[in-house]
Design a protein around this ligand. Structure first.
Ligand SMILES: *[C@@H]1O[C@H](CO)[C@@H](O)[C@H](O)[C@H]1NC(C)=O
Ligand SMILES: *[C@@H]1O[C@H](CO)[C@@H](O)[C@H](O)[C@H]1NC(C)=O
Ligand SMILES: *[C@@H]1O[C@H](CO)[C@@H](O)[C@H](O)[C@H]1NC(C)=O
Length: 968
């Protein structure tokens, strides 16, 4: 045996020896100079890279003992000709302009994946005719995809994904007949997909998603019968899905989501029986879902949400054991739901909302033991809520709202101990609210039972749900009093008990709930007076409605009831006060200082509208004027000192006070664009055409500016700050009448608007969201680390991030507006925005950059979740305490994909890794210990790193895995 082996090896040895002889004898000099030429070309290229990058290639050195064939990332053939240049993920920055393509005729593999190469891809790459593998993905290459790539007839794999390439895909790529892997995804490519691409019959993977490709998908796609992965999602492709797509029966992953595809789904797709991912959501498709989905039992993800699909869903889904996520919401699918879904053991997420399902709710859902989210709202379900639904003990989210469900709320729901969100509103549920369900639900955050026929009283046991944040029991027939135990709900933010038959007095504790922002008690039979706690400061309440009750006495003239419309207190015959529509109370103590704003408005009215100077107004006017005269001497001095104190105008057109008044017609309502915590914003257009936003700050009771010097330097720093992600402050003005700030006007609205408006949220895709986060981080990093003196924002919130039309995020509304009103020394009025303020603010007034870092963390989570992360944050902090171990394990086990904003399709490819990293960073930023939070510079650096595409299975990443030690 060994003998025959030796014989067969012999000729190879001979060949090698002969090759060496040829090299040595034929032309020693040519071979050496050729080789040196390759080494020299590499060194020239190295020398062109950014300095720091050069140090990353220490072995690339003529002085080194190694032959260049052994340099890092280089491999040669047996004649010492370079065949491989593989420099993935080593942090190189540079271009290919000094890369001498003609020096490497033997190159077969060229990989620069995940570096920071920029500039364009030179046309000479077409000379490397032996290349079979190119990977330039995850860099910053710009310019066009060179058409010369078409000459690389040996090319099998071309990965240019995740760059900034633009222009259209060259027709010439159609000549790459051997190519099986073509990835041009995540660039800015435009125009149609060239017809020649559809002739590349060796393609196995074609990923062109996340570009701006337009045009339609041609019939000839049916020729690509070897395709297993086809990703065309998030482009602007239009027209129908061709019938011939049904030929591609090797497909396992098909994603066409978020395009403008229309027309019916071709019935031929029934041939695609091996699909694991079928994603066509967010299009304008009609017709039926393909039959046979999951016929071979391998479908994992089905996304057809947000189309106009009709009819039933395939029966083959009924027992699809592999099914993990299903999104069919917002269609017109119909049928008796009971017939279509059996027990689905792997199912994690199912959203069937906004369709036309009817029939009863099957108790089988309870046997889908891995279910964490079930949404069937806005359908036509009838019958009872089956108690056995409670067997799905992993459920976090259950929304059965807006159906025709009847009967009582099953007591057994108490077994859903991980439930965060329970919405049964807008059904025909009757009976009492079972006190039992509040036994163990300490994780419940949102409970909505509104608009049913519930009777009886509000169970006191509701106080057991101590994490409750939103409670809506409105529009039922509940009676009795408001249980005073409700005060135990320390996290409650929104309480709606409107349209019931509640009686008795408003518990005084309601006015003191630390986080309550919205309170609606309208349309009940509440009596007594408004508890004095509603007048106390500080308060978190921003919206209150007590209309149509039997309340009497004084409507307190405090912040809560300041500037509220008549509608929120009308219909209480016994109320008095000096607000619109009320009769004045006879008590002389009615007026107080907080009413100064009103005083000023009235004064202006007096001056501007003399016609209305009725005797009554004159009397009132005289009364008010006399009030002003009585102002303390101290304040008078303050006012004089403030006159024209600050007028720093960096805008060269020199806007003056007068222009602002003219342009806004003295702050006329018609220029009103919004209201922030500390002021009202108007749009002002000057005759020059310049449009600005003017923020008029609410006049303060106390014009005492504590730290004029630092305030002034901050304003100056801000007017000088030039950063893409910081709104331009043109200047500001403060005098005895008014204070206002003049900002650049941005058309794109605030982050808060973007996330709360469904259509905008859909357009605000993962790429844009990550960019916005990076932008804010960049702006904050600049403010903290590059400005002198450094600027602390103090009030980062989604209200204060504004966008321009290019969707670039701008930080606005610095501490300035508030500083203008900063109440002297007691400091208690400074709290940032509720929900964004760092916890240490409860015990320290020290202002430092870590406050911004915390708010940034919250903001980041808000962008990823599509809503404020109250749930996460409270369970994050309680996960630190062993008393809440069940809650904590619930938190740790929660899947990232389930908390991400579900109005967007789940992120794919590189985006996955970025989202994972961003979430991790956000968790680090909200660490309760300010010292353990990263700095904004660390955050920004981390966010700016390029990430490789993650092949790990995104849908199994839990929040626990993303948690860098958060407890101390
Ligand atoms: C290399 O490519 C350039 C541009 O495509 C071309 O003009 C040139 O003739 C090529 N050189 C060789 C040696 O093939
Ligand atoms: C590709 O598909 C088109 C339309 O289905 C057909 O006419 C054409 O012959 C096919 N081309 C090849 C090379 O198979
Ligand atoms: C309070 O609820 C009623 C209906 O229940 C609604 O009409 C009203 O607008 C709500 N008030 C506020 C301030 O949202």
């Amino acid at each position: 045996m060994s003998y025959s082996r030796a014989i067969s090896l012999l000729p190879m040895h001979l060949a090698a020896v002969m090759a060496l002889l040829v090299v040595a004898s034929s032309s020693y000099t040519t071979a050496a100079s050729l080789s040196n030429d390759e080494a020299a070309a590499l060194l020239r290229w190295k020398a062109s890279l950014q300095n720091q990058s050069q140090s990353l290639l220490p072995s690339w050195d003529v002085g080194s003992n190694h032959s260049y064939c052994n340099w890092a990332g280089i491999a040669c053939d047996n004649t010492s000709r370079i065949t491989h240049i593989v420099l993935n993920s080593i942090g190189l920055t540079g271009t290919l302009f000094s890369f001498s393509f003609s020096s490497f005729p033997h190159l077969i593999r060229f990989e620069l994946h995940n570096n920071s190469f920029h500039g364009s891809i030179p046309a000479q790459i077409g000379n490397l005719s032996r290349l079979y593998y190119i990977d330039f993905s995850s860099n910053h290459f710009i310019g066009k995809v060179p058409s010369e790539l078409g000459s690389l007839r040996n090319l099998q794999c071309l990965r240019l994904n995740k760059n900034n390439l633009s222009g259209s895909i060259p027709q010439e790529l159609g000549m790459l007949t051997l190519v099986w892997n073509l990835r041009l995804s995540e660039n800015n490519l435009t125009g149609p997909i060239p017809t020649s691409v559809w002739n590349l019959t060796n393609l196995v993977r074609l990923k062109l998603h996340d570009n701006h490709l337009s045009g339609s998908i041609p019939t000839s796609i049916g020729n690509l019968t070897n395709l297993t992965n086809l990703y065309l999602s998030r482009n602007q492709l239009s027209g129908p899905i061709p019938h011939s797509l049904g030929n591609l029966n090797s497909l396992t992953e098909l994603s066409l989501s978020s395009n403008k595809l229309s027309g019916p789904i071709p019935s031929e797709l029934a041939n695609l029986t091996h699909l694991q991912i079928f994603s066509i959501g967010n299009n304008k498709l009609t017709g039926h879902l393909p039959q046979n989905l999951c016929l071979d039992g391998s479908l994992i993800r089905l996304d057809a949400a947000n189309n106009n699909l009709t009819g039933n869903i395939p029966k083959s889904l009924r027992n699809c054991n592999s099914l993990f996520r299903v999104r069919l919401e917002n269609n017109q699918l119909e049928g008796n739901l009971q017939e279509y879904f059996g027990v689905l053991p792997s199912l994690d997420y199912m959203d069937l909302s906004y369709n036309r399902w009817f029939g009863k709710l099957s108790e089988k859902w309870g046997q889908s033991k891995n279910l964490t989210k079930l949404g069937i709202s806005n359908n036509q379900l009838t019958g009872n809520i089956p108690p056995d639904l409670a067997a799905a003990t992993k459920l976090h989210f259950l929304d059965l709202s807006s159906n025709h469900l009847v009967g009582e709320i099953p007591k057994k729901l108490r077994e859903l101990g991980l439930l965060f969100h329970l919405n049964l509103s807008n059904n025909k549920l009757s009976g009492n609210i079972p006190a039992e369900i509040f036994g163990t639900q300490s994780s419940l955050k949102n409970l909505d039972l509104a608009t049913n026929n519930l009777i009886g009283s509000i169970p006191r046991e509701i106080a057991n749900c101590e994490n409750l944040q939103n409670l809506n029991l409105g529009k039922n027939q509940l009676e009795g009093g408001i249980p005073f135990e409700i005060e135990k709900l320390q996290f409650l933010q929104s309480l709606d008990l409107g349209h019931n038959n509640l009686m008795g007095e408003i518990p005084s504790q309601l006015g003191k709930m630390p986080r309550l922002e919205k309170l609606n008690l309208s349309h009940n039979m509440l009596s007594g007076s408004i508890p004095s706690s509603f007048g106390e400061q500080p308060t978190s309440l921003t919206s209150i409605d007590i209309s149509y009750n039997n309340l009497k006495g004084l409507l307190p003239n405090t912040k809560i009831f300041e500037d509220v419309p008549y509608e929120v207190y009308r219909g209480n015959d016994g109320l008095c006060g000096n607000q619109t529509g009320l009769i004045p109370c006879s008590s002389p103590k009615v007026r107080n200082n907080a009413d100064k704003s009103r005083t000023k408005t009235n004064l202006v009215l007096l001056v501007v509208v003399p016609l209305v100077g009725t005797l009554f107004l004159v009397v009132v006017g005289i009364f008010l004027l006399s009030k002003r005269v009585v102002l303390k001497v101290e304040s008078e001095i303050q006012v004089v000192r403030n006159e024209n104190l600050f007028e720093i105008w960096s805008y060269d057109g020199k806007i003056v006070y007068k222009n602002i008044i003219e342009a806004t017609e003295d702050f006329n309502e018609k220029y009103y664009i919004g209201r922030g915590g500390y002021g009202t914003v108007y749009k002002a257009k000057f005759s020059s055409g310049l449009v600005v936003a003017v923020k008029k700050t609410h006049p303060s009771q106390d014009d005492n500016l504590v730290d004029l010097k630092s305030f002034r330097s901050e304003i100056r720093a801000l007017t000088e700050a030039r950063h893409r992600n910081i709104i331009k402050l043109y200047g500001f003005c403060s005098n005895s009448h008014r204070s206002f700030l003049i900002y650049e006007f941005l058309e794109g609205g605030s982050l808060e608007n973007k996330l709360s408006n469904k259509e905008e949220a859909l357009r605000f895709d993962w790429g844009k969201r990550l960019n916005a986060i990076k932008g804010v981080a960049s702006g904050l990093c600049y403010m903290h680390h590059e400005c002198s003196p450094s600027i602390i924002h103090r009030d980062i919130s989604s209200k204060n991030i504004l966008f321009d039309l290019e969707c670039v995020a701008h930080i606005s509304d610095f501490g300035t507006a508030r500083l203008l009103n900063l109440h002297s020394s007691n400091g208690t009025s400074f709290a940032g925005t509720f929900g964004y303020a760092a916890p240490e603010l409860a015990y320290t007034m020290e202002v430092n950059a870590k406050l911004d870092v915390y708010s940034f963390g919250i903001l980041t989570l808000e962008v990823l979740l599509g809503k404020h992360p109250f749930d996460l944050i409270s369970s994050l902090s309680s996960s630190c305490s062993s008393f809440f171990s069940s809650l904590s394990s619930a938190f740790h086990g929660m899947l990232l994909i389930d908390v991400l904003d579900n109005c967007l399709p789940p992120p794919e490819d590189q985006m996955v890794e970025e989202i994972v990293v961003t979430t991790k960073l956000a968790f680090a930023c909200v660490n309760t210990d300010p010292h353990l939070r990263p700095s904004m510079r660390q955050v920004y650096v981390e966010l700016s790193k390029q990430r490789p595409s993650s092949e790990s299975s995104f849908h199994t990443i839990t929040l626990g895995q993303l948690l860098v030690i958060n407890c101390i």
